[in-house]
Ligand binder design. Sequence first.
Ligand code: AMP
Length: 189
Amino acid sequence: MLNIVIFGAPGSGKGTQSERIVEKYGLNHISTGDVLRNEIKNGTELGKTAKGYIDQGQLIPDALMIDILAHVFDGFKGGKGVIFDGFPRTTPQAEALKEMLEKRNQKIAVMLELDVPENELMTRLIKRGQESGRADDNEETIKKRLDVYHSQTAPLIDWYKKENLHAHIQGLGSMDEIFNSIVQVVDNL
Ligand code: AMP
């Protein structure tokens, strides 16, 4: 299996580029944000718990997130591989992901870091909120999510560098340009 982590701040283009990676390499896509939004839509217990955190721009507790992730991953057993989008977001999640994959004789092939400047992230997220109506794409929650990204998620860049799995992708430019940079990295794995 080819397992990839797509990484970046909210608004860095992880979802958009994941779709193209899925199409080119035939991978399954796990977006933990989409999984949670789906639970909220279906009114499940998990959805009710998740909504409280999401609306505040906070992260769902690690233990809960890790359980969900393992469950969704096992649903794709025997596939070509998985692109992890929005997971891991904390060091314990990265460690749990590594362990979960090791238990299944799998590993992460690369972590693609989509690097986008802060002012551009803000502009993109406000625009997305106006277009899609995503409840957490309002200015106050966006600021909170960017703070959470810097304090809890960005340290994973160094974590993956130490694992020798980090690849930097310039996240500014056209969607095609960004995708071409990704393809160059993935094709050379
Ligand atoms: P996203 O669509 O990836 O931006 O995720 C939207 C929201 O879902 C985040 O702001 C978090 O509240 C929650 N979420 C998604 N993925 C995770 C994760 N790996 N760990 C904790 N919370 C998450």
